[in-house]
Design a protein around this ligand. Structure first.
Ligand SMILES: [Cu+2]
Length: 270
């Protein structure tokens, strides 16, 4: 019994520690890593779930009650009634009220997500068939982010979610994400931050997040975009300010925008 409890509790502890990616047999959301996602989880757990459970239980009760109470043997002469004004008003009004009760907090969350606070840094994500390209416009950094093939994965890298070049952002900073696409519709989505925006060719969408704890977070393209739609994951590494500065200084050299463009020009002129 103790052994069972140990295994059982370690399962939950593991869930808390490695909370940034989908798990086998997972139920519900990933653990939130931003304020926005916490709002979504609270809305779902404290309002939607109780309403869903109450309605399901009520409907089940009605069905069972009707089956027993109005069964043919107990009710040889069936009622001929077709209308009942009171019941009709009630079953229109009550669902309307339930919808209003749900809509108010839901809109609050939507508007909160929509107002972008003053950004500490901006990144641009561009969807391609089938990988993501990233730009740090203020730092002159540009790079592509491809999924790592299964055979090349390290032991700590999750399958279908790891990429060669991760997006790196500092912890507790407002990150504004500009999202667009270069060919077809894609969507940049990161469940732990509560972020999902369509990437539309010829148009720039905006969203934001403020990651509250360091770690690696995984997301996927969430708009059916072609045959390799499932193979263009998103990996965001949230690091301390010092680590971010260190990464920046390396990335400014490794992913320098001008140099890449000059190289392209050189190749074109040859
Ligand atoms: Cu896509």
């Amino acid at each position: 019994m103790t052994k069972f409890l140990l295994i059982f509790s370690s399962f939950f502890i593991a869930q808390i520690v490695l909370a940034d990616q989908p798990k086998d047999w997972q139920l519900g959301f990933q653990n939130p890593a931003s304020d926005g996602m916490r709002d979504i989880v609270n809305f779902h757990n404290n309002l939607l779930l109780p309403i869903i459970i109450a309605i399901s239980v009520f409907v089940l009760f009605l069905m069972l009650y009707a089956c027993v109470r109005f069964r043919a043997s107990a009710n040889p002469n069936p009622s001929k009634r077709t209308h009942n004004v009171t019941v009709e008003i009630l079953w229109t009004l009550i669902p309307c009220l339930i919808l209003i009760v749900m809509a108010v907090p839901s809109f609050k969350i939507l508007y909160k997500q929509d107002t972008i606070p003053k950004a500490d840094l901006t990144i641009k994500a561009v969807g391609y068939q089938w990988y993501w390209g990233y730009e740090y416009p203020d730092e002159n950094i540009i790079f592509d982010s491809y999924m790592i093939e299964e055979k090349d994965l390290r032991a700590d890298q999750p399958r279908l979610l790891s990429v060669d070049n991760e997006v790196v952002v500092p912890v507790n900073k407002v990150v504004k994400v500009l999202i667009t696409a270069n060919d077809v519709l894609h969507a940049w989505a990161l469940p732990a931050f509560g972020v999902k925006r369509d990437a539309v060719p010829g148009r720039i969408n905006e969203t934001w997040f403020k990651a509250e704890k360091e770690g690696t977070y995984y997301g996927q393209c969430s708009e059916l975009c072609g045959i390799k739609h499932a193979f263009m994951p998103i990996t965001v590494k949230v690091v301390s300010d010092e680590d971010y500065e260190e990464w920046l200084s390396e990335a400014r050299v490794k992913f320098a925008k001008e140099e890449i463009e000059n190289d392209k020009l050189k190749i074109a002129s040859k």
